[in-house]
Design a protein around this ligand. Structure first.
Ligand code: HPA
Length: 277
């Protein structure tokens, strides 16, 4: 974080507070193609990122860029409809600023969602995956720089980044509904280019199960801020880098995200209903 990060965050919070005094102890970050989760939210107030001072504005395809306050199954939630990415040229400070804002809006838990390529052969298009852990290959570290102790600790523990209990409950809830969630390690890369075949094979050897261009910095920042993190990824393309590797396209990624999204949506809502989130 840069020296001015805390001031930027304060300015952003003042700007949000000038527009609403709603709070929520559950936050959801909506990734590519996962907007259908929002259909279940009864909206109380929405603010476009461009109307929040210091908030970064997304240029990514399918990322609307608004903060939504409302209720999901009767529970107060705040959702980020769209996020910003390193590949857009945003700094890591830009990427995590909204995460700290969610924490200051009262969020104790954040559900992070994204679309990813399946590095593992059995992670086919449409498979919903619980993020068990992550590999940050973006080359960026949002916590580097001066640490504001008010925001979080200098050396935060990441051995329990994605909350074990929440994952177990998510898996159980899915099972109860007759759905299956795979589990995998999310390898985050900078983008915007899709990986080469050699890079994908490398990521797989390094322990990655799926690959994507988001979430890792957000999750680390969320833990730094003391939030519990639950992550879901939907597989949109096969990314094994093997001889059968097909060319990638963003159109395919966005379209295919819709295949796995309903299960993720159902699990999130049912977890809220059962008061597990
Ligand atoms: N690579 C990186 N990001 C992605 C992919 C991928 O194959 N699919 C969806 N997001």
């Amino acid at each position: 974080m840069k020296n001015n990060f805390s001031q930027r965050l304060k300015t952003a919070m003042d700007s949000i507070r000038a527009q609403t005094d709603l709070k929520a102890d559950l936050a959801i970050v909506i990734g590519s193609g996962l907007q259908s989760v929002l259909d279940q939210v009864t909206v109380a107030h929405r603010i476009h990122y461009s109307d929040i001072a210091e908030f970064p504005v997304s240029s990514a395809p399918s990322h609307a860029g608004e903060l939504i306050f409302g209720t999901l199954a009767g529970r107060d939630v705040v959702a980020m409809n769209g996020r910003v990415h390193l590949y857009e040229g945003h700094s890591s400070d830009d990427i995590v600023l909204p995460i700290y804002a969610l924490a200051q809006l009262g969020a104790q838990t954040v559900v992070i969602t994204n679309a990813s390529g399946g590095l593992r052969a059995d992670l086919n298009i449409g498979v919903p995956v619980l993020i068990a852990d992550q590999l940050n290959f973006t080359g960026q570290h949002p916590l580097a720089g001066p640490n504001d102790n008010e925001l979080g600790k200098r050396f935060p523990d990441m051995s329990r980044l994605y909350d074990r209990q929440l994952r177990d409950m998510a898996r159980k809830v899915a099972q109860d509904m007759g759905d299956r969630l795979a589990s995998g390690i999310y390898a985050a890369i900078h983008g915007p280019e899709f990986e080469t075949n050699a890079e994908r094979r490398f990521l797989r050897m390094a322990g990655g199960d799926m690959v994507g261009m988001s979430s890792a910095l957000e999750a680390a920042a969320a833990r730094h801020a003391g939030m519990r993190v639950l992550g879901f990824s939907v597989i949109t393309n096969s990314a094994t880098g093997g001889p059968e590797q097909q060319p990638d396209s963003i159109e395919e990624v966005l379209e295919n995200a819709g295949i796995g999204a309903p299960v993720v949506e159902k699990v999130i809502i049912e977890m809220v209903r059962r008061d597990l989130l």
